[in-house]
Design a protein around this ligand. Structure first.
Ligand code: TYD
Ligand code: MG
Length: 449
């Protein structure tokens, strides 16, 4: 028999038997989510009578508690990924691996499963692929442990029951969007299914100290489809980003209850699955030809310094409205920098289409990329290139001033390591390697105009 479900407004908590577009109580639109009806909590009369059902909490002296960090961690074959996880996968933790379809989530998790299964019992559950399909991939990735099992299922209830059996140390659930619970009638992938299945799985994992990794697909726009709600429930959220076709892919923790969120692991997809890239700077610069519009930026991916090429292309606009496109760089930031260049220097960009590309599929999230982007644009427009021996970093303010960048020393060290002779950077950095610049206009005139 199906348990009764109800629709609850996420804004005000009003409940409805049927879905409606607007909550009658608080007038919020599209705020109703289907949930399993909880048994009525003894009605309010109990509270009025002063007879609440709660009891005094059992507490412990914090000093005597064993920190959850002291629990065993399952190590993957990827040392950087272990660091991202805070030292491996913690027993009893639930992680969400989020990424676009086709980026390599299933591949990564099969590789992790194969490695962990050498010493532990691992169950790979797929709601998307059959045993035969998964076997093909597993073979390609060299997974052949006796302790690696597979199950195909789309039932949240069954999966939670299986985890509760405690037979496995690590369970992979691929993916949350395919799961449904018996008690809820809405389609798989909806907020109510994702939340309730997620909760069920998390409860089972905590009860048996099983490590669980759940896959979540994200939409093109980069938001978790449906399972945004899941981010609050799980212990770790890993973001898998990058180009679907070639290029580097990065895995970083955007939430981690057991470690820092500053680390990043960089991968490359090859014939034998994903491989960690040990020296990303060298790989990124290997194919570089120094043309105009190309600038080497000393940036940071998490805690790690990386040198990456920024390319700009400027062409005459054919229509009145100039086009601005960026790949790997925030488009709003690009528009802002173009405005700063126009206003603070004499460079005219209003009749130019401008394209920015960050080579290697990386997505920059570093304000110190500003100066490199500005110089790349100026270099492309002027047709003058910057010398081979320079790297660039620094933030550009609205007044055209060059502002300081954090962790300058790490950026400098990486540039030195790869044989660069100078950095053009903010004047706040005191290092002979850095040629200090204060103003965007002067910098552009001196180096690329
Ligand atoms: P997949 O892991 O299935 O992506 P997701 O689960 O995130 O949707 O596969 C990603 C792509 O990687 C797929 O197009 C095939 C490719 N691939 C390789 O290039 N080499 C390999 O060894 C494997 C297993 C996959
Ligand atoms: Mg997949």
């Amino acid at each position: 028999m199906k348990a009764r479900s109800q629709f609850v407004c996420q804004q005000c908590g009003a409940t409805y038997a049927k879905w409606v577009g607007q909550c009658n109580n608080c007038s919020a639109w599209n705020s109703l989510v289907e949930q399993i009806a909880e048994p009525e909590l003894g009605k309010k009369s109990a509270i009025e009578k002063g007879k609440q059902s709660g009891k005094k909490l059992e507490y412990v002296k914090l000093k005597t508690v064993v920190p959850s960090d002291a629990k065993a961690r399952l190590l993957t074959e990827f040392s950087d990924l272990n660091t991202v996880l805070g030292g491996g996968i913690l027993m009893g933790s639930v992680a969400l691996l989020a990424g676009q379809p086709g980026i390599g989530k299933s591949t990564l998790l099969m590789q992790i499963s194969a490695e962990v299964a050498k010493k532990h019992d691992v169950l790979y559950i797929s709601g998307e692929e059959s045993a035969g399909q998964v076997k093909l991939r597993a073979e390609r990735l060299g997974a052949n442990s006796d302790r690696l099992s597979f199950a195909a299922s789309t039932s949240g209830n069954d999966i939670a029951k299986t985890i509760e059996s405690g037979e496995f140390d690590l369970v992979i659930v691929d993916s949350i969007q395919t799961l449904a619970m018996d008690e809820i009638s809405s389609a798989p992938g909806t907020v109510s299914q994702v939340t309730n299945c997620g909760n069920l799985i998390i409860r089972a994992a905590k009860a048996t100290d099983t490590a669980v990794i759940i896959v979540g697909h994200v939409t093109k726009e980069g938001t978790l489809a449906g399972p945004k709600v899941l981010e609050h429930l799980v212990d770790v959220v890993l973001n898998f980003e990058g180009d679907r076709y070639g290029g580097f892919k990065t895995v970083r923790a955007i939430k981690n209850r057991f470690g820092s969120t500053n680390e990043v692991a960089i991968f490359e997809m090859g014939e034998g699955g994903l491989k960690e890239v040990q020296n990303p700077s060298a790989a990124l610069l290997a194919e570089r030809t120094n043309t105009d519009g190309s600038i080497i930026l000393a940036t940071l991916e998490g805690n790690r310094p990386i040198l990456v090429e920024i390319q700009a292309l400027a062409t005459q606009s054919n229509f009145g409205y100039p086009k601005r496109t960026a790949s790997g760089f925030d488009i709003n930031r690009l528009n802002l920098l173009i405005a700063v260049i126009e206003r603070r220097t004499k460079l005219k960009l209003s009749d130019k289409d401008i394209f920015i590309n960050v080579v290697g599929g990386l997505k920059l999230n570093d304000s110190a990329a500003d100066l490199a982007v500005c110089m790349a644009i100026a270099s492309a427009v002027a047709g003058r290139k910057l010398g081979e021996e320079y790297v660039v970093f620094g933030e550009v303010g609205l007044g055209g001033e060059i502002r300081s960048a954090f962790r300058a020393d790490q950026r400098i060290a990486e540039a030195k390591k790869l044989g660069f002779l100078h950095a053009i950077g903010p004047s706040t950095v005191h290092d002979k390697f850095v040629i200090p610049v204060k103003d965007l206009r002067e910098t552009l005139i001196k180096y690329v105009k």
